[in-house]
Design a protein around this ligand. Structure first.
Ligand code: BTN
Length: 338
C-alpha cells in the first residue's frame, strides 16, 4: 500500500482508532509522512482525532465529493462483496468545476480514452438536462456524474439501456435510503411527487452501431430547498430533505457508481433481464395515471391526454386516450393531468 491509500485503514476501522505506527508500517512510510498527509486531509475537510498512544480516529469526512476518499470507498465496497463488479474498477475522474460531466466524457471519448470510465464534478457551469434545459449545478452538495460506455450494439438499444439503468438507480435509492423512489418514464427519478434525480443519455451513432453512450446523472443529495431556484422549490427534493438528516455524499457517490456499473454489466450480458417487468411495475410512477404527453422526437406532433398503460417491449410509453385509442411514444414530455 502507498500513502494515497491512507484512508483505507480508516474505512476498515469503521470509526475506531488506527494507530500511527500501524499506519506507517502498512503504508511503508514514516510516522512524519503520516502526520503530514493527515494534516493535508484536514485542510480538505477531514477531521481526525489524535489520542496519545492510541492513534487517530476519523470522526468527520468532507461534505463534498473527495476523489481519494471516493476511490477508497469504491474499492472497499468491492472488497466486501457488496457489489459484484466483474471488470476492474474503471477510472474515476473528478473535476472541481467542469462545464458538464457529459461534455467532459464526450471530449475524452473523442480523444480515444478507453471506456467505461466515470466523470464526477463538484460543480458544473453548464449542467444540462433533457430537452435543452439547464441542470442547476452550482452546489457541491449534490452529485453530478457521467458514465461513458462503448456498447457495440444497435442504436435501438439506447432506450433500453437508459430505462434499465434508470430503473436500477431508482431501486437502489429506494432500498439504500428507504425512500419511496419511483421512476417517471423515461428517466426522471421521483420521490413523493418531487424530482430527486435526472438522467441525460447522449449517444453517438455510426452508420448502424452505437459508437459510444454517455449517461449523465444528477442526484440531489444534501441540497436544502432554498438552494434551488425559487420556481423549482416545490417540484424538486433531495435525499437529505426526504430523510431529514445529512447524507454522506461520498458514500452516496460510491453506491450510485457501483449500482450503475454493475447494472450496465448485467445489461451487456442479458439485456433487460427477466426481472425488468416486475421492477418496472414496482417502481413505475405513471401506471394508471392520466397524463398529458407532448412528443419530443423528430416527428413532434400534438399533445395527447390519456391513461398510462405501461411500456412496451421497446421501452415506449403506451397511453390510451378517452376514445380508447392506443398511442405509443418513444420520447416525450409528460405532465400529470389536473
Ligand atoms: C434531466 O432530468 O433533465 C436530466 C438531468 C441530468 C443532469 C446530469 S448532471 C451530470 C450530467 N452532466 C450534465 O450536464 N447533465 C447530467
Amino acid at each position: 500500500m502507498d500513502i494515497t491509500n491512507i484512508l483505507t485503514p480508516f474505512l476498515e476501522a469503521d470509526g475506531k482508532p488506527v494507530s500511527g505506527g500501524k499506519l506507517a508500517a502498512e503504508l511503508g512510510v514514516t510516522r512524519v509522512s503520516i502526520w503530514t498527509r493527515l494534516e493535508q486531509l484536514r485542510q480538505e475537510g477531514f477531521v481526525f482525532e489524535a489520542s496519545p498512544r492510541i492513534g487517530y480516529t476519523l470522526i468527520k469526512r468532507p461534505e463534498q465529493v473527495h476523489p481519494v476518499l471516493l476511490v477508497s470507498i469504491l474499492k472497499r465496497l468491492i472488497a466486501t462483496g457488496k457489489y459484484k463488479l466483474k471488470a476492474p474498477l474503471p477510472e474515476i475522474h473528478h473535476g472541481e468545476h467542469l462545464d458538464s460531466t457529459n461534455n467532459e466524457a464526450v471530449r475524452r471519448l473523442s480523444e480515444g480514452q478507453a471506456a467505461p470510465f466515470v466523470i464526477s464534478a463538484a460543480t458544473q457551469t453548464m449542467g444540462r438536462g433533457r430537452l435543452g434545459r439547464i441542470w442547476d449545478s452550482r452546489h457541491k452538495k449534490n452529485l453530478y456524474l457521467s458514465f461513458a460506455f462503448r456498447p457495440q450494439s444497435l442504436p435501438d438499444k439506447i432506450q433500453a439501456i437508459t430505462l434499465v439503468l434508470g430503473l436500477r438507480l431508482c431501486a437502489h435509492l429506494a432500498e439504500k435510503y428507504n425512500i419511496p423512489a419511483q421512476i417517471k418514464w423515461p428517466n426522471d427519478i421521483m420521490c413523493n411527487g418531487r424530482k430527486i434525480a435526472g438522467i441525460l443519455t447522449e449517444a453517438r451513432i455510426d452508420s448502424d452501431q452505437i459508437r459510444d453512450i454517455v449517461l449523465g446523472i444528477g442526484l440531489n443529495v444534501n441540497a436544502p430547498s432554498l438552494d434551488f431556484p425559487f420556481e423549482m422549490r416545490d417540484i424538486v427534493t433531495s435525499l437529505s430533505q426526504e430523510k431529514g438528516e445529512p447524507i454522506d455524499i461520498n458514500d452516496a457517490a460510491a453506491d450510485c457508481i457501483l449500482s450503475i456499473l454493475t447494472s450496465y454489466e448485467q445489461f451487456s450480458e442479458r439485456g433487460r433481464g427477466s426481472d425488468f417487468e416486475t421492477l418496472w411495475k414496482k417502481y413505475d410512477s405513471l401506471a394508471g395515471k392520466t397524463v398529458v404527453i407532448r412528443p419530443t422526437n423528430n416527428k413532434g406532433g400534438e399533445s395527447t391526454t390519456g391513461v398510462v398503460q405501461g411500456i412496451d417491449a421497446n421501452g415506449c410509453l403506451v397511453v390510451r386516450d378517452e376514445a380508447g385509442t392506443k398511442h405509443v411514444f418513444s420520447a416525450g414530455e409528460i405532465t400529470l393531468a389536473k
